[in-house]
Design a protein around this ligand. Structure first.
Ligand code: COA
Ligand code: AMP
Length: 624
C-alpha cells in the first residue's frame, strides 16, 4: 500500500487502523476497544512492555539473537547481549526491585550513563508494572533534585560514574547533593560500580547492582492494563519546572512497532541504531523499546560522533554491527562535517548494508542533509517529533516504499496525526504561509497521556490555546504537496545540540546571584549546536560587581543545570526590552543577538532598552 493509501485508511477508520496495528504486539489480553474518551487507547487490553520487548521474543525462539550491542570507545569496551541474557538480567534485577517493595505502580528513577545496566533497570521496572523516570546523565544535582521531588521515587538506580571524552563524572556526589535538596528522597539507591570508579556504599541506603544480579532471582512479567503508565520523562518547558510527560504501555508499544516497520523499514533480526542517549525520548523510543519490540538488535553507543577517536566513529559502528537503519541529530552530522569536510572517513568502512539515515531533534539545515546524503549515498530522511508525542509525527516512509522528501521539510504527516497550520485566530492559513503547527485531537497511540503530578496542566498547556487541537509549540508551514516545514519554537524553549533545554532553568540560576537584578536567557543561533544559550544580565545598582561575575555565572549554570547547557556567553545590559505588563521580550533579544530584523510591538517604547542590549553585544572599540 502507498503512503497515500495508508493515510486514507487511517483517516477513514482510525480505530480499526490502530486495532489492526495492535495485533502485531504481544499482549496478555489483546484489546477489543480502540479508544475511549477519558480512558485513552486500548482501555481493555492487558500488556507488559518488558514482555513485548524481551520475553515474547525469547518464547518465540530468539533467545540467542543479539538484543544489545554495547560499544563504548570512552572505556574501550564492547559487549553483546542476547535476548536470553537480557531476559535473565532483567528478571533478576526486577526480583531485587521487588524485594525493595517496588511493585505495580511503584516508581524507579534511573540516573545512569549509556551502559547496558541502564536498559536492564528500565526493562526490570517495566516488568513489574512499575514506572520509570530516566534522568539524562548530563544534568547536574539541582535538575536531578527537581525531578526527584516531582516523581518521588521509591528507588533510585545510578552508576559510580559517567565518562565523557575529557573527564570522568562521579555520579554519587551529584546524587547525594540532589537527595539532600529533595523533599522526597528515595529510601534506597542501587549503584552499578564501574571499573573506572569504585564508590563507598552507604550502609542502609545503598545496594550494589551486581550483587542483586548475582542473586539470580526471577520475576514474571506483570500483566498490566494497557493504559497504565510505563514511564515519566521530564522535558523542558519555558519555565524552570520540568514537565513530566506520562506515557502509557500498550499504545506506546503498538505505535513503536508500527513505526519500526512502516516508517523505518527495520526488519526483525537487523540492527537498528539511534545515536542518542537513553535520557531523551529518542533513547526511550528508539534505543530501547522500539528496536526491542521489533526484535531488532539495538546499539548502545557510549561515545561521541567526533573525538572518540575520530570523525569516522559513526561509520565504524554502522559497519561493525551491520546497522541497516541509523538515526542521529543534525548536530552530530555538522560536527563530523566540520572535522572531515571531504567525508574521507566514509570510504574506510563497508556501509553497503545501510539503507537509510534518519535525522531529528532539531531543524536539519539543507546543507547538512545534502552533505551527508552525498557522503553516504543513501536517502537521508529528516523527521519530526517531540518528547510529548513519543514517536514520529512527520516523516518519509521507507517502510511503505516512499522516500520522497522536500529539502528543508520535516516530511508529511504520519498516519495517526492530522496536522493544521493556524493563525492566531485559530483559522487555517493557506498552503505556504506560516503559522502555529497544531495536531487535531485525539492524539494517536504512543503520545502523552498527561503530565505527572499536574492534573489539568496538560489541557492548560497544550489544548487550551486552540480548542480541539494539540499545540506543538513549533511554527512553520505546509507546502502544496503536504510537506511540513518546521521553522522553530514559538515559546522560549531552546534546542542546544539536539537537547531540549529551558531558558527558565538557566535564568533561575543566574537570577539567584546576589549582583543580578534581572536577566534573560535566549537561544542564539550557533553553527554547530543549532542554538546555544546567551544571557543578558541587569545588575543591581547598589552592589559592587567583581570582574569575574560572568565567569561565576557560567560556573553556577554548569554546576546547577549541567555542562550540557553549553552556557558560555553573558552580557551586561543596563535594561531589557519588555511588554507593558513587564514580560521580557526574549524574541526581540534573540533577533538582536542573531542580527535579524524584528518587530517591536507598536504599543511600547523600548528604544532605550533595545539600544542597551545592542551595546551589550557590540564589542566596545578600544581607544589606542
Ligand atoms: N554526562 C555529563 N556531561 C555531559 C553529558 C553526559 N551525559 N553529555 C554531555 N556532557 C557535557 C560534555 O562533556 C560537554 O562538557 P564540556 O563543556 O566540559 O566540554 C558539555 O556537556 C556539552 O556537551 P555536548 O553538547 O555534547 O557538546 P560537545 O562539545 O561535547 O560535543 C557534539 C559536540 C556535536 C559532538 C555533541 O553535541 C553531539 O554528539 N551532539 C549530538 C546530540 C544528540 O545526539 N542529541 C540527541 C537528540 S535526538
Ligand atoms: P524533544 O522534545 O527534545 O524531542 O524536542 C522537540 C522539539 O525539537 C520540537 O518541538 C522541535 O522544536 C525540535 N525538533 C525536533 N525534530 C525536529 C526536526 N526534524 N525539525 C525541526 N525541529 C525539530
Amino acid at each position: 500500500m502507498s503512503y497515500e493509501d495508508v493515510f486514507a485508511a487511517w483517516s477513514a477508520d482510525p480505530e480499526g487502523f490502530w486495532l489492526r496495528a495492535a495485533e502485531d504486539v504481544a499482549w496478555f489480553e489483546p484489546p477489543k476497544t480502540a479508544h475511549e474518551t477519558g480512558k485513552g487507547w486500548f482501555p481493555d487490553g492487558k500488556v507488559n512492555a518488558c514482555h513485548a520487548a524481551v520475553d515474547a521474543h525469547v518464547e518465540a525462539g530468539y533467545g540467542g539473537q543479539v538484543a544489545i550491542y554495547y560499544d563504548s570507545p570512552v572505556t574501550s569496551t564492547k559487549r553483546q547481549i542476547t535476548y536470553g541474557e537480557l531476559q535473565r538480567d532483567v528478571s533478576a534485577f526486577a526480583a531485587g526491585l521487588s524485594e525493595l517493595g517496588v511493585g505495580q505502580g511503584g516508581r524507579v528513577l534511573i540516573y545512569m550513563p549509556m551502559i547496558p545496566e541502564a536498559v536492564v533497570a528500565m526493562l526490570a521496572t517495566a516488568r513489574l508494572g512499575a514506572i520509570h523516570s530516566v534522568v539524562f546523565g548530563g544534568f547536574a544535582a539541582r535538575e536531578l533534585a527537581k525531578r526527584v521531588d516531582d516523581f518521588a521515587p521509591d528507588v533510585l538506580v545510578t552508576a559510580s560514574c559517567g565518562i565523557e571524552p575529557n573527564r570522568k563524572i562521579p555520579y554519587l556526589p551529584l546524587v547525594d547533593e540532589a537527595l539532600a535538596m529533595s523533599a522526597h528522597p528515595p529510601a534506597k539507591v542501587i549503584i552499578k560500580q564501574r571499573p573506572e570508579q569504585d564508590v563507598a556504599i552507604r550502609p542502609g541506603r545503598d545496594l550494589d547492582y551486581e550483587e542483586i544480579i548475582a542473586q539470580g532471582g526471577t520475576t514474571p512479567c506483570t500483566p498490566c492494563p494497557s493504559t497504565d503508565p510505563l514511564y515519566v520523562l521530564y522535558t523542558s518547558g519555558t519555565t524552570g519546572a520540568p514537565k513530566g510527560v506520562v506515557r502509557d504501555i500498550g499504545s506506546y508499544v503498538t505505535a513503536l512497532k508500527w513505526s519500526m516497520s512502516h516508517i523505518y523499514s527495520a526488519q526483525p533480526g537487523e540492527t537498528y541504531w539511534a545515536a542518542s542517549d537513553i535520557g531523551w525520548v529518542v533513547g526511550h523510543s528508539y534505543i530501547v523499546y522500539g528496536p526491542l519490540v521489533n526484535c531488532c538488535a539495538t546499539v548502545l553507543y557510549e561515545g561521541k560522533p567526533v573525538g572518540t577517536p575520530d570523525a569516522g566513529a559513526m561509520w565504524r559502528v554502522i559497519e561493525e554491527y551491520n546497522v541497516t537503519v541509523a538515526f542521529t541529530a543534525p548536530t552530530a552530522v555538522r560536527a563530523i562535517k566540520r572535522e572531515d569536510p571531504s567525508a574521507s572517513h566514509v570510504g574506510k568502512y563497508d556501509l553497503r548494508q545501510l539503507r537509510y539515515l534518519f535525522l531529528a531533534g532539531e531543524r536539519a539545515d539543507p546543507d547538512t542533509v545534502e552533505w551527508v546524503a552525498d557522503a553516504l549515498k543513501v536517502p537521508v530522511i529528516d523527521h519530526w517529533w517531540q518528547t510529548e508525542l513519543g514517536w514520529p509525527a512527520l516523516s518519509a516512509f521507507p517502510g511503505l516504499g516512499d522516500t520522497k522528501v522536500h529539502i528543508g521539510a520535516a516530511g508529511r504527516p504520519v498516519p495517526g496525526y492530522a496536522f493544521d497550520i493556524l493563525d492566531e485566530d485559530a483559522k487555517p492559513v493557506p498552503r505556504g504561509e506560516s503559522g502555529a503547527i497544531v495536531i487535531r485531537m485525539p492524539l494517536p497511540p504512543g503520545a502523552m497521556t498527561g503530565l505527572w503530578n499536574s492534573p489539568g496542566r496538560f489541557e492548560e498547556q497544550y489544548l487550551s490555546h486552540f480548542p480541539g487541537y494539540y499545540l506543538t509549540g513549533d511554527a512553520g508551514f505546509m507546502d502544496e504537496d503536504g510537506f511540513v516545514f518546521v521553522m522553530g519554537r514559538t515559546d522560549d524553549v531552546m534546542n542546544v545540540a539536539g537537547h531540549r533545554l529551558s531558558t527558565g532553568a538557566i535564568e533561575e540560576v543566574i537570577a539567584a546571584h546576589p549582583a543580578v537584578a534581572e536577566c534573560a536567557v535566549v537561544g542564539a543561533a550557533d553553527d554547530l549546536k543549532g542554538q546555544v544559550p546567551v544571557a543578558f544580565v541587569v545588575l543591581k545598582a547598589d552592589v559592587v560587581v567583581t570582574e569575574t561575575l560572568e565567569q561565576e555565572l557560567i560556573i553556577s549554570v554548569r554546576q546547577e543545570v549541567g555542562a550540557v547547557a553549553s552556557f558560555k556567553r553573558v552580557y551586561r545590559s543596563s535594561a531589557l526590552p519588555k511588554t507593558r505588563s513587564g514580560k521580557i521580550l526574549r524574541k526581540t533579544i534573540r533577533s538582536l543577538v542573531d542580527d535579524k530584523p524584528f518587530d517591536v510591538p507598536a504599543t511600547i517604547d523600548n528604544a532605550d532598552a533595545i539600544d542597551a542590549v545592542r551595546d551589550a553585544i557590540t564589542p566596545t572599540p578600544r581607544s589606542s
